[in-house]
Ligand binder design. Structure first.
Ligand code: SIN
Length: 525
């Protein structure tokens, strides 16, 4: 391995909303952003269609937003976190506007708001219907490219954390723009993880192809506590067209009146929940999943409520339909429940500090207590903003006064074996089969045994080990939680135990003990 590279820059792993916002807020402190793709592409944030939840309407309030967040989270949201985050929301929307995000406005200049499931008010600020994520990222990326304190390494991914005497001291990185190279360690002033969630660990997902739990996994492998790993949110209306990842049909369509029907034309949500299509996301996802399993071909019918306006008002959905050979103006859009957002992640405190000194985390990779067992729609981008800024402030406060820093240059790095594509496909299928929308002890045990076998089949591959670490934590925490709560549904324990539940915390070492026991049970006698 090449010799470690020392830098006084703060190293940020990831380049989505939380990463870019934190990088801007760290100014003038020198920052190094590690971005596997060209800046502004490839992160989940750029694919977010709905927008940012914020009580911007004078008739709405941060208190009502916090109440909805707590109620959707099924008894495990940290109410103090929800109150503080929703209170900050307005400030971040004004900030993003100032940074150039062209939010939809009415003639009198107010923000246009979308309604999404489980919100008691239309409070999602948006850009041209479904363009919020793409436009916010466009605005921030333009700012970051101009920022003198920021260096971006594109086509580079983190593979592991360096820990010395219990403190995170650096990040091993590899080139990934053409195959995968060997790694070199970068030692920086601090490390901030903001590299997204784990939806792509599932065979059916709405997440960009690279988002496969690698960053949670590298924190877990370094010894960080992981919180709420079992809580994976499935989006009910991924477009079921055989494309991987599955394109999203935003919940805002249902907010505008689109309905869910099956192949008999029956609106199945009417019997499932009093709020029908606008019920909490976990309930709609399970109903859609049940229809799929029963061969009833669930579909989102936008025809009566939205009609031809879908082509102009929801351009991303219209483009996805066109790519899939569907015409949403004349036909219902086939849908399926797909892994969408990980409520669990690196356990962090109110300033984004992880359980390991020197390591902070924000965005989907972190678990702050905001989302509980079921994230309220469009609270993900909000959390990324709030904790992106808090991490920047906390890191700045923890370090000596900033001084100018040299550019970091990576040496030549020899090519190495990327994760075996067949093993990755097997891992994703094992997660969908046993740790998906409906879980049982038997299915989770089988999945844990599969993860162990897949990990052992390519020893020494850090990128695969990061994925299997996160997969292990999801399945082990799901096996340990013998109840159903929010997005975590066990058909062998279908009730919640008590009105409120405990958040879970697990280290990888603890997850591996559960996996070893499961693997032993799965071995033939
Ligand atoms: C959507 O637009 O349906 C997704 C919004 C979110 O996941 O927050």
């Amino acid at each position: 391995m090449s010799a470690p590279i020392e830098t006084s820059r703060v190293i940020i792993v990831g380049a989505g909303l939380a990463a870019q916002y934190a990088a801007l807020k760290l100014a003038p402190r020198p920052v190094l952003v590690i971005s596997p793709e060209p800046l502004g592409t490839g992160a989940s944030s750029a694919w977010a269609q709905g927008g940012v939840a914020a009580a911007m309407d004078p008739a709405d309030s941060a208190e009502a937003h916090a109440r909805d967040t707590v109620s959707a989270g099924a008894g495990t949201v940290d109410a103090g976190v929800a109150e503080a985050v929703t209170k900050e929301a307005r400030d971040h929307i004004l900030d993003l506007t100032g940074l150039g995000t062209p939010f939809d406005r009415t003639e009198d200049g107010s923000y246009v708001m979308s309604r999404e499931a489980a919100h008691s008010f239309a409070r999602v600020v948006r850009v041209r219907g479904d363009q919020a994520g793409a436009e916010i990222m466009r605005a921030l990326t333009a700012q970051l490219r101009e920022a003198a304190h920021v260096q971006v390494l594109e086509g580079v991914m983190a593979t592991a954390l360096e820990v010395s005497e219990g403190r995170v001291t650096g990040v091993a990185v590899a080139r990934c723009n053409a195959g995968l190279s060997a790694s070199v360690v970068l030692r920086g002033a601090a490390v901030l993880l903001a590299g997204g969630g784990s939806g792509g660990l599932y065979a059916l997902t709405t997440n960009p192809p690279r988002i496969r739990g690698q960053v949670i996994g590298m924190a877990a492998r370094a010894g960080a506590q992981i919180a709420d790993a079992e809580f994976v949110q499935f989006h009910p209306t991924a477009i079921a067209c055989g494309i991987d990842p599955a394109p999203l049909a935003t919940e805002a369509l249902r907010g505008d009146g689109a309905v869910l029907i099956n192949r008999h034309g029956t609106r199945f949500m009417l019997d499932a929940h009093p709020d029908a299509e606008l019920a909490p996301r976990d309930i709609v996802a399970r109903a859609v999943y049940a229809q799929t399993q029963a061969g009833l071909a669930p579909a989102l019918d936008t025809r009566a409520a939205i009609g031809a306006a879908i082509l102009t008002d929801f351009p991303a959905v219209a483009a996805a339909c066109q790519k899939a050979g569907l015409d949403p103006v004349t036909q219902p859009i086939p849908v399926a429940a797909a892994a969408h957002y990980h409520m669990g992640g690196v356990a962090t405190d109110g300033s984004g500090q992880s359980s390991l000194p020197g390591l902070w985390a924000c965005g989907e990779v972190a678990s702050t207590g905001l989302h509980g067992a079921n994230r309220l729609a469009s609270n993900g981008l909000l959390e990324a903003l709030v904790y992106g800024r808090r991490c920047a402030q906390a890191i700045d406060a923890a370090l000596p006064a900033p001084a100018p820093a040299q550019e970091v240059r990576l040496p030549q790095l020899a090519p190495t074996e990327p994760p075996d594509a067949t093993l990755v496909a097997e891992l994703r299928q094992a997660m969908t089969d046993g740790a998906g929308v409906i879980r049982t002890a038997e299915g989770l045990t089988r999945t844990l045994a599969s993860i162990a076998r897949i990990e052992a089949a390519q020893p020494g591959c850090e990128a695969l080990a990061n994925m299997t670490a996160t997969a292990t934590l999801i399945a082990a925490a799901a096996l340990a939680r013998r109840e159903s709560r929010g997005a975590h549904f066990r058909s062998d324990y279908p009730e919640a135990v008590g009105e409120t539940g405990q958040r879970s915390r697990m280290t990888l070492a603890e997850g591996l003990v559960i996996r070893a026991a499961a693997t032993t049970r799965e071995e033939p006698a």
